[in-house]
Design a protein around this ligand. Structure first.
Ligand SMILES: Cc1cc2nc3c(=O)[nH]c(=O)nc-3n(C[C@H](O)[C@H](O)[C@H](O)COP(=O)(O)O)c2cc1C
Length: 355
């Protein structure tokens, strides 16, 4: 069974939901480990007070018994605690009583750089909120929960995945400067996966290529505008003799400029990917926009927002990479029971004599 993930949930709606199917039975999940990743996503320099309102915790509604997967769809829920302030504004059904709380007035001033204008044009909404609520990165919380499940599966075959920011000190200085000027910043994150054997992904089609899949997974995260695998963009300026990784007699590489992937297939070296995040589009000193109700010029929507979310992106990107690697691992080793999955991995490692 292929590993699949689907999710639903708006930023200020009642909850975020993910359904993970195709997991082998008997995989042990650690609730504290999933919650720890949810907490990491909420932390980080430059985040807004929303993160103090939300104390993300995973709930499991199906697919798990006594901490072990049943081989059936796993239903994960992360509640939006802030929804209590939006019960009228974000009520799924027509709200009763007088408007109260947040989200009662339509948003008509789209933010440059956000989903607001293209979203209402595409879907025929009149209230920008009908677009921005899902476009918001809030629902990455439940993807982080799914990523933690993927990491548990990968751990059974010795693979670990870790995301971090690139140049954390420089980032903090830029965040302080931007905050003082009521502006926002972006930045770079890196994800490294160790223990991936040669042979994940393939070269036959772009759907098979592991590099393409990781790039799509990272580019699929809000505000990511660039992705590189290994030395990526820098390779374009090098000679071939400087760019490729020589093979030694143990079939390992003496360098890792390829970032652990050649021809769309993992080559057994550490997988290294980077993503570039643009500065966040919600500005306390707003850019120019148009009022969709009156047609007059106006300032874009100002809503509580982060100065930066680069450290959070590192956690979300880690989850996205873990998810893609888990999909590729499940594709390669199969297994309805986790023991089958682990045994297939062991047999393969023996066949290629990989250490
Ligand atoms: C973890 C995370 C947190 C984010 N927080 C904010 C935020 O507080 N304010 C904001 O304007 N954008 C935030 N964004 C970025 C927007 O969601 C994103 O720019 C927007 O949906 C438009 O999509 P695009 O940037 O991919 O074109 C965040 C993104 C991520 C990954």
């Amino acid at each position: 069974m292929t590993l699949r993930l689907s999710s639903a949930g708006e930023s200020h709606g009642p909850a975020l939901v993910a359904i993970v199917s195709g997991l082998p039975a008997g995989l042990e999940l650690d609730r504290a480990a999933i919650d720890a990743d949810l907490k990491r996503r909420q932390e980080g320099y430059g985040r807004s007070p929303r993160q103090q309102i939300e104390q993300d915790r995973v709930e499991v509604l199906a697919g798990l018994r006594h901490g072990r997967t049943l081989g059936t769809p796993l239903a994960l829920v992360v509640r939006n605690v802030d929804h209590k302030n939006w019960t009228w504004g974000m009520a799924p059904w027509p709200p009763e009583g007088e408007p109260s709380g947040k989200g009662t007035k339509p948003v008509t001033l789209p933010r440059p750089g956000h989903a607001d204008l293209a979203g209402v044009q595409k879907f025929g909404h009149t209230d920008v909120r009908d677009s921005l609520e899902r476009a918001s990165a809030r629902h990455t919380a439940v993807h982080v929960a799914a990523g933690a499940v993927a990491k548990a599966l990968l751990a059974t075959i010795g693979i670990s995945v870790a995301g971090s920011t690139v140049d954390e000190e420089g980032l903090r200085v830029r965040i302080d400067e931007a905050r003082a000027e009521r502006d926002t910043v972006g930045g770079l994150v890196e994800v490294r996966a160790t223990g991936v054997p040669p042979g994940f992904g393939s070269y036959a089609t772009k759907e098979d290529r592991l590099d393409a899949r990781l790039a799509a997974a990272l580019m699929g995260i809000q505000a990511v505008k660039g992705v590189e695998i290994g030395d990526g963009f820098a390779l374009a300026l090098l000679r071939g003799s400087q760019a490729h990784d020589e093979i030694d007699t143990s079939k390992r590489r003496t360098s890792n400029r390829a970032g652990g992937i050649e021809a769309g297939i993992s080559n057994g070296e550490e997988i290294v990917v980077r993503a570039a995040m643009k500065p966040l589009p919600t500005l306390m000193k707003p850019l120019g926009s148009v009022d969709l109700e009156t047609g007059q010029a106006g300032d874009a929507l100002v809503e509580r927002s982060d100065v930066a979310a680069v450290e959070a992106l590192a956690v979300v990107a880690e989850a996205a990479v873990a998810w893609e690697l888990a999909v590729a691992a499940k594709e390669k080793f199969g297994g309805d029971a986790v023991g089958d999955f682990v045994a297939a991995h062991r047999a393969y490692i023996e066949r290629i004599a990989w250490h």
